[in-house]
Design a protein around this ligand. Structure first.
Ligand SMILES: Nc1ncnc2c1ncn2[C@@H]1O[C@H](COP(=O)(O)OP(=O)(O)OP(=O)(O)O)[C@@H](O)[C@H]1O
Length: 226
């Protein structure tokens, strides 16, 4: 299986004046096409920091992050942004949808950043994916008019609309009750499997983690046996 993402010897140190904190230490990780990986670990173990680095939203203090054979940390912000838009989808615990835009407009947004995609095409693709997450009756609703589970479905649709090869998800069901979390995760799994998208998910929920192909435990910034 080919590697979509490869991180080697990742170290992250936050420097705040006199105090410096090493958050990640010598981490390696390879994600191959279509696989589902769950990262678990106690609060403060570095899970979100790692996801940020892997998604090119921040740079490691040392080490390398390769996405589709290209070294992210040698790129400038514009180049990293283009790589994110082309290859990655992001889902967060709190949906990060834009309050003043409808479901369709929120989902179409990543496509509208691509000059080759017309507004009409972006809108149609947004409608198609919103249909596949069961929100055909909520297309013109704004986030404030949707339930928590529905908002998370919109966020999933937005992450998948560009057909990314990898979804980075930080507690994607963390603010939902048990039933909603199961249903939203079920939907996410079904779509990523149909679309052959890999999934790297941070979760506190070991039951959810058990559904992934591979589980990784982060403790104090390094891997431990799960
Ligand atoms: N920008 C920053 N500047 C300084 N320290 C930071 C910064 N971001 C995170 N940290 C510190 O890095 C450590 C790891 O944080 P991180 O958010 O990655 O943990 P986490 O495992 O995702 O925790 P949680 O499960 O609570 O979300 C924490 O001690 C945090 O205070």
């Amino acid at each position: 299986m080919s590697a979509i993402l490869k991180a080697t010897n990742i170290n992250k140190i936050y420097d705040e004046g006199a105090v410096s904190t090493q958050v990640l230490t010598g981490l390696d990780l390879t994600v191959t096409a279509g696989e589902r990986i769950a990262i678990v670990g106690t609060s403060g173990s570095g899970k979100s920091t790692l996801l940020h680095l892997l998604g090119g939203l921040d740079t490691p203090t040392s080490g390398e992050v390769w996405l589709h054979g290209q070294l992210l940390n040698s790129m400038n912000e514009t180049e990293r942004g283009a790589m994110r838009n082309k290859h990655l989808g992001f889902i967060y615990q709190f949906h990060h949808l834009l309050a003043e835009f409808t479901a369709i407009e929120n989902v179409a947004m990543p496509l509208l950043m691509r000059p080759e995609v017309s507004t009409a095409e972006a809108r149609q693709q947004a409608i198609d994916i919103l249909n596949s997450v069961g929100l055909e009756h909520r297309l013109a609703h704004r986030p404030g008019e949707l339930s928590g589970g529905e908002r998370q479905r919109v966020a999933i649709a937005r992450a998948l609309v560009t057909k990314p090869s990898l979804i980075l998800a930080d507690e994607p069901t963390g603010n939902l009750d048990y039933d909603n979390a199961q249903s939203v995760f079920g939907l996410l799994s079904e779509l990523q499997s149909t679309m052959q998208t890999a999934l790297l998910m941070v979760t506190h929920d070991r039951n959810l983690a058990a559904l992934a192909d591979r589980q990784l435990l982060l403790r104090n910034g390094h891997w431990e046996n799960y």
